[in-house]
Design a binder for this molecule. Structure first.
Ligand code: NI
Length: 129
């Protein structure tokens, strides 16, 4: 954890990899992570934790699945959304987006259960900036 302010724009400019979250800082036992995204992530579920999203730039969509019921939420820049624990979800962005996530340190980007992870998705607990 740094003891100086972190400019998110500068942090985002420091990497290009998509769907590969960077840990900006920690709050107690939670990570603040940022990621650049485009296209589709993978259906997955976090059994034990909610997952917070804030859209910094672009538009993020999150498909949500509960049993046979499926819906999609649309998050424009500046929107926040929490995916509840246990709910299957698949983030996507047609035009590309930058997002911030807040979740317990050690949380896998592809959850505890997931469909086959495509090559363009990084299965990680977050990388250092
Ligand atoms: Ni997730």
């Amino acid at each position: 954890m740094r003891d100086e302010p972190i400019e998110l724009a500068a942090a985002l400019a420091g990497f290009d990899q998509l769907w590969s979250p960077r840990i900006v800082t920690r709050v107690n036992d939670y990570d603040v992570r940022i990621a650049k995204v485009a296209g589709e992530h993978v259906w997955h579920v976090h059994e034990h934790t909610d997952e917070f999203f804030l859209v910094l730039d672009g538009e993020l969509r999150i498909a949500l699945r509960a049993g046979a019921e499926e819906r999609e939420v649309v998050l424009p820049r500046g929107a926040v959304f929490v995916v509840p624990r246990g709910v299957e979800h698949r983030p996507s962005s047609a035009g590309g987006a930058s997002i911030l996530m807040f979740e317990p340190s050690g949380t896998s980007s592809v959850g505890d259960r997931h469909e086959t992870v495509p090559d363009h998705v990084d299965a990680t607990t977050g990388h250092a900036l």
